[in-house]
Design a binder for this molecule. Structure first.
Ligand code: MEV
Length: 456
């Protein structure tokens, strides 16, 4: 594909196939969908079709469950489901399930868990659990009159969502506040109902969106009957009603600390020098966005893996966390470190909207299992675990980066992937793992050694 004079040209072979769009694809059976795909894009290759079928679950009920999670399912896409044990969090010893394809991540988490386990463990606390949703609308008229209308209609909005909020209220949640926000300085006639919610153990997306749509409906209807409004003012135009994935008041903090001399694991560097270098690495991520993005990516390695394993919405978590990282107008580090009075401290503060009930949590067998492994946590407890996983990951990354570099450990883990790619036998893997304990792994050196072994 290439760009020319603002037009996109698609490779001609592909373009000829794409000149005939398919209608009614979603109504085809799974087999028909695969046949169409094979014929249209895969040159009718039986091998490609076999790959799709190979990943079907032989338990047809389990397969159907996965088919129905989303639309147009053809097969399953596996991710490794692993475990990082020995996490001491607020005095409890937990094993953290992680779903991730990247080598080294689980090993790094486990290593950090072991390190901090013998130095008091991780301390984590939930700061707040407030979630946000907004009704975006246009109002054409006098702002004071809109404010008076809003105050009059607010109790009716709360009343109108009672059928939706009743159960949530029994669990201690519900609508916390509805505020009118004037956004006309940014877009002419644009206002919001800015709403705050408590959703307890559910992530709350459906709950919040249902409340918002009801607010919008009642707000618009009531405006029609509000005597003080002119006919133009009565016609409030609802643009959209949707939760926000930016949740800066649904916040969790996790921390580790120890006397600086206890940072002495690496024989080549003393605790104080290690701490100073470590803190500078964090400071760099605080001031330098190019580094901050990679620094935070490493944190997300831990966070996403737990969020995925526990069936939560990692896209929501990602967008909310990155927005938080840029809240002061410049993208910055999510973690911070200090050395004061001989105590090294390292902490993270992130917004996290998570659920441990609803959604996939009782549907997906592995998600259920992940939550069982975590001892059926509340949403607040899960927030703490996820923050700790992010902090641990960042500790491991900065530890490696500021001492040995990451390639040494990373390439050892990567060795297995390279050997698997070349269909190495168990005996070959064993022999080459041994060889590379004293040699540097690169892709070419691994392939060369495998060739040598096969020729010998
Ligand atoms: C790799 O997935 C993550 C790291 O790049 C994170 C970092 O640089 O801090 C190692």
């Amino acid at each position: 594909m290439y760009l020319n004079n603002n037009c996109i040209f698609v490779h001609s072979k592909l373009a000829s196939k794409m000149t005939k769009p398919i209608t009614g694809f979603s109504r085809l059976t799974k087999k028909q969908k695969i046949d169409w795909l094979a014929e249209t894009y895969l040159k009718d290759s039986p091998e490609d079709v076999a790959v799709l079928r190979q990943y079907w679950n032989e338990d047809s009920r389990l397969q159907q469950l996965h088919d129905e999670f989303t639309e147009n399912t053809l097969s399953n896409f596996y991710l490794p489901f692993g475990l990082a044990p020995n996490f001491l969090i607020n005095g409890d010893l937990l094993a953290i399930p992680m779903a991730i394809e990247e080598s080294s991540v689980i090993a790094a988490a486990s290593k950090a868990a072991k390190f901090w386990g013998s130095r008091g463990g991780f301390k984590a606390e939930v700061i707040d659990t407030k979630k946000i949703g907004q009704v975006h609308f246009n109002f054409f008229g006098n702002k004071q009159k809109l404010e008076s209308f809003f105050e009059t209609v607010k109790p009716k909005l709360i009343e109108a969502v009672k059928p939706i909020t009743r159960n949530m209220e029994k669990r201690g949640g519900g609508v916390l506040a509805i505020k009118l926000k004037d956004k006309t300085a940014e877009i002419a006639n644009y206002y919001q109902l800015h709403c705050e919610f408590e959703t307890k153990d559910s992530m709350g997306a459906n709950f919040i969106n249902s409340c918002l749509e009801k607010f919008a409906e009642v707000f618009q209807d009531e405006a029609q009957n509000y005597a003080d409004f002119s006919s133009e003012e009565k016609d409030i135009e609802i643009i959209m009603s949707i939760l926000s994935n930016y949740v800066p008041e649904c916040l969790v903090r996790a921390e580790v600390s120890c006397p600086v001399e206890e940072l002495n694991e690496n024989k080549d560097i003393n605790g104080e020098d290690f701490a100073k270098k470590f803190i500078q690495a964090v400071n760099i991520a605080e001031v330098e966005p190019y580094r901050a993005v990679t620094h935070n990516k490493g944190i997300m390695n831990g966070i996403d893996a737990v969020v995925l394993a526990t069936g939560n919405d990692f896209r929501a978590v990602e967008s909310g966390i990155h927005a938080y990282a840029a809240r002061n107008g410049k993208y910055s580090s999510l973690t911070h470190a200090s050395l004061e009075n001989g105590i090294f401290k390292f902490w993270i503060e992130i917004p996290l909207a998570l659920g441990t009930v609803g959604g996939l949590t009782s549907l997906h067998p592995l998600v259920k299992l992940a939550l069982d492994i975590l001892q059926k946590p509340s949403a607040k407890e899960l927030m703490k675990v996820v923050a700790v996983a992010g902090l641990a990951q960042n500790f491991a990354a900065i530890n490696s980066l500021t001492t040995t570099g990451i390639q040494q450990g990373h390439m050892k883990m990567h060795l297995m992937n390279i050997l698997n790619q070349h269909n190495a036998t168990e005996a070959e893997k064993k022999s080459l793992t041994q060889h590379f304990t004293t040699h540097t792994v690169t892709h070419s050196s691994a392939v060369e050694e495998l060739k040598k072994l096969r020729n010998s």
